[in-house]
Design a protein around this ligand. Structure first.
Ligand code: MIC
Ligand code: SF4
Length: 645
């Protein structure tokens, strides 16, 4: 068992109740929350449903950064709801154009040693500033705003020891890609990564934040850096020196697992299509032609990143065969670049300037042409996420992105032939909080017709008569379950959004998942989803639970289910089960019947659940399922979801 780590210190300072045994639930006091608009509308509707008059956290902020295209009235309707509900409930509001929640929260609100939960899976970005920052479903964030503690499995702490320092043109992004090549995107549920070692000091807060941000792709609960002189420098330059506290592991700290990364040996890497852990060195991709380069997203759009890009591009031109765009992470970044002339260097080189926000990272514009390669500094390259079917998205550092932009093909940035533009951390960032809207009690909440109610579930039946609506394979992400892109604008309208559940698996001319699930529901049966390994990877979108629930799904059974998705299923009264024997996964097919007797009394902590599979030919087979449900989870499932509790 680990001891003396930063993670344990933060847990102890926020301990409310529960276990200190790895894997058992521990409840933590939550200091801060953040929401973004695509998950936030549901979170605040849920907060309203809980009849919470004012939030009880030290700080809660609502950001608008995802849905900003305003094609049709839906996006702006959401913004107006979010702004007014925030004002009335005591939440600060950051309007569209102000920045991506994670970048902005790091700049203006994050405090070392505090806990933060956010309705976005990249909330661990805050680990770059020494926070314990965790992604969660909207309902869990609403509960934290209501002052309730947040439960995590007591973590296995993976110590990542960093030694030496990065070589020129090798970046923080390459560090997290290195770790992804070691740990992969699956099998890490319940762990927390803590960075330590003499290499930490050489990384600035924005570099650390790149690493903790993309730690989300490991599937860990979060990633945390210590708080040291670099943290102090960053906070002081943000005019927030008073928020600094030192936070480090004890000299004799022990971790549950140790991985060592020699920063001097880190080389430029890419995550190849279509998983963030499909890592190859750029040298192996050399010469492949590229059609698009985009620099942005919450992983790589800090001032440091874009200043490096601008300096490298100054006086040059991007290659003729591609388009090149940037999306700055925050208004602060954009305004600083605009004022010091660096924006002009990017524009001069042929850069297209996109709005400050998530933009193409979540399929809002800039979809690549068919059969072309898109190189992005983002954190996810799940198939189709760019908005183009059959896309080929590669994830790289801004350094590599610049090299590709200048040459039109995969190029190791170390071979560019000019000096690496080292960017010193600014002594002073440009501070302008004029767009942050402060709460104002009594504000009237504006709710336009595109904003529905969160749907409710029924208590779990004792005899569950289920039918398998879909059987899918390994690593199904929440992007597969609930596509974003052009559908993102329907996040606050469940009946409309539910039509596209598992859209990527609909065969032309065949009924969609939504149609099949609704038919099962209307026949009085419960829908069942069968997944394989690492089901529900990726985003925190609780719609991947809400919409299937709306269509009558009551059980998700897989070999393994990822943490945030599993919690979302519980919150909406869907039973997450794991096959005790992998052979049962092979035995089960779509349209098979799966029934459970005395299900309510079968559900107990640590006890397996027995179901009966009935094939079309009438043969039956008993199946045993395990689960990781706590007593509290079972109470929620039996009630048919948190909103019934
Ligand atoms: C993402 O990167 O997939 C998102 C969009 O930010 C999601 C949240 C969402 O689906 O709204 C996430 O990472 O949680
Ligand atoms: Fe936005 Fe992309 Fe970051 Fe998600 S990963 S918060 S969509 S920038």
């Amino acid at each position: 068992m680990a001891k003396g780590t930063v993670v344990q210190k933060i847990i102890e300072a926020h301990y409310v109740s529960g276990s200190r045994e790895i894997g058992k639930p521990v409840a933590l006091r939550i200091d801060q929350t953040l929401t973004q608009d695509a998950t936030g509308t549901m979170a605040y509707l849920e907060l309203e449903a809980m009849k919470v008059p004012q939030v009880k956290t030290q700080l809660s902020v609502s950001y608008v950064d995802h849905n900003m295209m305003q094609n049709g009235p839906e996006n702006r309707n959401d913004h107006l709801y979010l702004q007014t509900v925030a004002a009335s409930k005591g939440v600060k509001f950051s309007p569209p154009g102000n920045g991506i929640c994670h970048q902005l929260h790091l700049e203006r609100f994050g405090i070392p040693g505090r806990t933060l939960i956010g309705s976005d899976s990249h909330t661990p970005t805050g680990g770059g500033i020494g926070m314990m920052a965790i992604g969660a479903g909207g309902l869990d964030v609403a509960l934290a705003m209501a002052g309730k503690p947040f439960r995590i499995p007591y973590p296995k702490i993976i110590g990542v020891k960093l030694t030496n320092k990065l070589s020129p043109w090798c970046a923080a992004k390459d560090v997290i890609l290195t770790l992804l090549s070691i740990l992969t995107t699956k099998g890490n549920v319940g762990s927390i990564v803590e960075y330590y070692g003499d290499g930490v000091a050489s990384l600035s807060v924005p570099q650390r934040a790149t690493i903790t941000n993309m730690g989300a792709e490991l599937g860990v609960t979060t990633s945390v850096f210590p708080s040291d002189e670099a943290t102090k420098h960053f906070l002081t330059a943000q005019g927030r020196g008073a928020d600094y506290t030192e936070l480090s592991a004890d000299a004799d700290a022990e971790y549950d697992q140790v991985i060592e990364i020699d920063l001097a040996k880190v080389v430029p890497l890419a995550a190849c299509p279509s998983s963030p852990d499909n890592i190859k060195p750029i040298s192996e991709l050399k010469g492949m032609k590229v059609g698009q380069v985009i620099i942005g997203s919450c992983t790589n759009s800090s001032y440091r990143d874009l200043a490096m890009v601008a300096t490298a591009l100054k006086g040059k031109s991007v290659a003729p065969g591609l388009t090149f765009a940037i999306a700055p992470g925050s208004r602060q970044v954009l305004e600083m670049l605009a004022r010091n002339g660096m924006l002009a260097d990017i524009i001069g080189a042929g850069g297209r300037i996109l709005e400050t926000g998530c933009g193409p990272c979540i399929g809002q514009g800039q979809s690549p042409a068919n059969d072309t390669i898109s190189v992005r500094t983002f954190n996810r390259n799940f198939a189709g996420r760019t908005g183009t079917k059959g896309d080929q998205a590669y994830l790289v550092s801004p350094e590599t992105a610049v090299a590709v932009a200048l040459t039109g093909e995969f190029t190791d940035p170390r071979e560019l032939g000019f000096t690496y533009p080292e960017i010193a951390e600014p002594e002073e960032f440009l501070i302008n909080d004029n767009m942050i809207r402060q709460p104002e009690a009594g504000t009237e909440i504006i709710r336009k017709p595109t904003i529905g109610e969160p749907p409710m579930n029924q208590p779990l039946p004792d005899a569950l008569n289920g039918e398998v609506v879909i059987k899918v394979g390994d690593k199904i992400t929440t992007d597969h379950i609930m596509p974003a892109g052009v559908h993102l604008k329907h996040r606050s309208n469940i009946p409309v959004y539910a039509k596209v559940v598992f859209e990527c698996f609909t065969e032309p001319g065949k009924p969609s998942f939504a149609e099949r699930a609704a038919a099962v529901r209307d026949a009085g049966k419960a829908g069942v989803i069968i997944g394989r390994d690492s089901y529900g990877q990726g985003s925190s979108r609780e719609h991947a639970a809400i919409c299937p629930m709306y269509l009558g799904v009551k059980v998700v059974a897989a070999l393994a289910i990822e943490r945030i998705h599993s919690a979302n299923l519980v919150n909406f009264g869907i039973l997450p089960l794991m096959f005790a024997d992998a052979a049962d996964y092979d035995a089960i097919d779509e349209k098979d019947a799966l029934t459970f007797d005395a299900l309510r009394s079968q559900l107990a902590v640590g006890a397996p659940v027995k179901g009966t599979l009935r094939k079309a030919d009438g043969t039956t087979r008993e199946i045993l399922f395990n689960h990781r449900l706590s007593e509290e989870d079972i109470r929620i499932i039996l009630a048919g979801g948190m909103l019934n509790c």
